[in-house]
Write a protein that binds this ligand. Structure first.
Ligand SMILES: [Zn+2]
Length: 231
């Protein structure tokens, strides 16, 4: 194989390597992307916190209602037991009973509101829990596909790198350095010549140049500087 041929083969390996590297990083990105899952987890956590808070409020409201009802019972028994005879005291007790009754009604209304709030959050928690389960399952399935895919790509990459090293070791070191220099500047260092044109820049190559290239000399395109390769 000519020197340009070796460099062309090296370039093919480099292109393949680059593609595989790209594939690997895409798979790795997908493997680490669990944003939807994390968002659902944090939503569930805050909903559970809200639920606990609402339940606490409901319980407190329940106790307050019990207290009011107990007080009301005591006043009622004072009012209707016949023990209290003083009319002024009876009027006061009556007033107190009225006040308590309206407090009890207000408390009962508030309690109903709190209970429906608790129910509402309970149903939200249920929905998010279901969603989280679904996302977790999807995540697991994705991992099961992507993990072996990743290992597969890594094996191929290792093989390609080995092949590249073996080939690079056979190539004249000055030509290899030239290849690396052009590759850095141009992306690809070797260009095929077809129908007298450099396929790197599509400019016509002088006949004497491509003849030399075909004879095995290392010739660079006058226009794009790439190493010319004729099959
Ligand atoms: Zn060119």
């Amino acid at each position: 194989m000519s020197l340009a041929g070796q460099l062309y083969k090296l370039q093919q390996l480099d292109v393949e390597l680059q593609g595989k590297q790209q594939e690997l990083s895409e798979v790795e990105n997908q493997l680490s992307d669990n944003k939807a899952l994390a968002a659902a987890e944090s939503r569930l956590a805050s909903q559970k916190e809200g639920l606990e808070d609402a339940r606490k409020k409901q319980k407190n409201s329940d106790w307050e209602l019990e207290d009011l009802q107990e007080k009301n019972k005591q006043i009622s028994s004072k009012l209707y037991s016949g023990k209290t005879k003083d009319p002024k005291e009876l009027v006061n007790l009556e007033k107190e009973a009225q006040g308590l009754k309206s407090q009890i009604r207000a408390k009962e209304d508030a309690l109903l509101g709190l209970m429906s709030k608790v129910e509402e959050i309970e149903s939200e928690v249920k929905t998010t829990t279901g969603e989280l389960e679904r996302l977790n399952k999807e995540w697991e399935q994705k991992q099961q596909i992507l993990r072996p895919r990743k290992s597969e790509i890594e094996v191929t990459l290792a093989e390609l790198k080995g092949e590249r090293n073996r080939l690079a070791a056979q190539i004249d070191s000055e030509a290899f350095r030239l290849y690396e220099r052009i590759r850095l500047a141009r992306g690809q260092a070797v260009a095929k010549v077809e129908r007298g044109r450099c396929l790197g820049c599509h400019i016509t190559v002088p006949t004497s140049q491509w003849q030399k290239a075909r004879a095995g000399d290392l010739i660079q395109c006058n226009n794009c500087n790439r190493i010319l390769y004729l099959e």
